[in-house]
Design a protein around this ligand. Structure first.
Ligand code: BGC
Length: 548
């Protein structure tokens, strides 16, 4: 298998976020590791994954899932070594797959040697690496993000006798990008991983790089300047490598992170994600249609990253207050399910394990503009454990087999980073990869087959998007690319629906179903008529052209 040489490979790729710690343990110490992940690449290739996204695996006190980095160019020993990472990159390349890794530019752990030096030696080489003030009086218009745990973005350091700035936990001091040396160090770490062979970065928490009094300290021009400098280094020294930004912002703010094709190649589309869950609960496309209408066009070399779940809470930052209350009341009936401004649950339990709704959500994910980013375990409908601390309930060990340790590790289960899921219907004895691989009717096979349909049709990755409007309970849209036209029809409601869609804007000599089983499908006088069962979706190729 050869690796794609297409510089725009990310536009048609399917991404898969995998927590190394929780995926597979190769040395039976109870903790997933890089070698364990390498041993599962055949599975990921079989599933149809093009690119892995590895959240932080660097040395870290692990007080924020590794997003508290203590060394940007090392590997946390319990996860392996830099050589293991090199081996993983070789093994993925051999399978035609790519790897992007998290890069946490905004802050370090307080255990990072830079912070330790900054506290103890204010006039030394690292003295200005962080944002220090005598009084916590500046930047007071910046919101607190982890509202469940902290009340201020300033904390006092006894050693230096000053306050330091942090947008997340108090053990995650923000780097001071006003100091040019900080960016130089960051760029050296970027080069280190690109030289090792990673295909790019998921850039964590980028809206907060620069602070400015009197603003909310998000998305400031200086922040964009820093990212453009990073992009310049990537383009000049490592062409073809990508930057995917995590900016949990409204569409008009996020598109600034693409720059003029000179900033990030990709950005997550945060606002559309909760609206998919909202849409299938309300049985209404209104909120989804609205946010997509509010999403500006992006530069030609860029792509959205879309997702249903990830390692964090299902964030409700990018919805209205009414929508947030509705989401909480419908999807977080137990107060413990709430986490910050979001919900600490996995995809399958959110929809009561209902296969139709799991499939519909994936149908939307795979057909909407953007490259889908799957979250490990969701391909088998894994459950969660809301009683674990913070967001750990969605980070539990992958369930490979029904045996003890779920095939994740043969160590004693009490050595695992997080306990195995044991809620009824979701434990490894009933829900695991091996059982689903053996069952052609399983969710896992369904997803694999559906990914294969998408893989053959670049229109899903690169095509234009047109919302067809119409009935509120059915979200119908067209993806089109160079003569290929695919109509995607999604019944968001719990009742059967019939629709009549005006497709006169496209050539319509024939309508071929490429996914789904719509009833009463007819095409006449350029009207497409069909019926869909509750929560069913279908993809229809118009004109009989196909683009496989
Ligand atoms: C990551 C979180 C992390 C935070 C602070 C986020 O955006 O996804 O998991 O806690 O950044 O680094």
């Amino acid at each position: 298998m050869t690796v794609s040489t297409d510089a725009e490979w990310f536009k048609t790729a399917v991404f898969y976020e995998v927590l190394v710690r929780s995926f597979a343990d190769s040395n039976n110490d109870g903790i997933g590791d890089l070698k364990g992940l390498s041993s599962k690449l055949d599975y990921l290739q079989w599933l149809g994954i093009d690119c892995l996204w590895l959240p932080p695996f660097f040395p870290s006190p692990l007080r924020d899932g590794g997003y508290d980095v203590a060394d940007y160019t090392g590997v946390l020993p319990e996860l392996g070594t830099v050589d293991d990472m090199r081996d993983l990159l070789t093994a993925t390349r051999e399978r035609g797959m790519k790897v992007i890794i998290d890069f946490v530019m905004n802050h370090t752990s307080d255990a990072h040697p830079w912070f330790q030096a900054s506290r103890s030696d204010p006039s030394g080489p690292y003295g200005a690496f962080y944002v220090w003030r005598d009084q916590p009086e500046e930047y007071l218009d910046a919101r607190v993000i982890f509202i469940d745990s902290i009340s201020s973005n300033w904390s006092f350091d006894e050693v230096r006798g000053q306050y330091f700035w942090h947008r997340f936990y108090a053990h995650q001091p923000d780097l001071n990008f006003e100091s040019p040396r900080v960016l130089e160090e960051i760029l050296d770490a970027v080069r280190f991983w690109l030289e090792l062979g990673v295909d790019g970065f998921r850039l964590d928490a980028v809206p907060y790089l620069i602070e400015q009094d009197g603003t909310n300290c998000e998305n400031l021009p200086g922040t964009h300047e820093i990212l453009k400098k990073v992009r310049k280094v990537v383009d000049e020294e490592f062409p073809g490598k990508i930057m995917l930004c995590e900016a949990n912002q409204w569409p008009n703010e996020v598109i600034e992170y693409f720059g003029d094709d000179d900033e990030c190649h990709m950005a997550f589309h945060f606002p559309v994600m909760p609206r998919l869950y909202l849409g299938i609960r309300e049985g209404s496309r209104a909120s989804i249609s609205q946010i997509l209408a509010d999403t500006p066009a992006i530069p030609p070399g860029c792509q959205w990253g879309t997702f249903l779940r990830n390692h964090d809470e299902l964030t409700l930052e990018m919805v209205t207050e009414d929508e947030r209350q509705y989401m909480w009341s419908e999807y977080a009936p137990d107060p413990r399910m709430k986490c910050n401004l979001g919900i600490r649950r996995r995809l399958a339990p959110l929809v009561d394990g209902d296969r139709r709704r799991i499939e519909l959500l994936h149908g939307l994910l795979l057909a909407l503009p953007g490259s889908p980013v799957l979250y490990y375990g969701d391909e088998i409908g894994m459950g969660d454990n809301i009683w674990l601390q913070d967001r750990d309930g969605v980070r539990t060990p992958m369930q490979w087999t029904e045996g003890p340790g779920a095939g994740f590790s043969s160590a004693e289960v009490d050595t695992f980073p997080y306990p195995l899921i044991d809620s009824p219907g979701y434990g490894p004895e009933v829900l695991n990869v091996a059982a689903q691989q053996a069952d052609p009717a399983s969710l896992l096979h369904w997803l694999r087959d559906t990914l294969a349909i998408r893989r053959d049709r670049p229109v899903f990755g690169r095509g234009d998007f047109t919302d067809l409007g119409g009935a509120d309970a059915v979200f119908s849209f067209v993806r089109s690319l160079e003569g290929t036209v695919v109509v995607c029809v999604n019944n968001l409601s719990a009742t059967a629906q019939s629709v009549e869609l005006d497709v006169s804007a496209w050539s319509t000599s024939a309508a071929d179903v490429i996914y789904g089983s719509p009833a009463e499908l007819t095409l006449d006088a350029e009207l497409l008529r069909l019926s869909l069962a509750p929560y069913a979706f279908c993809w229809i190729n118009l004109g009989g052209s196909g683009d496989a």
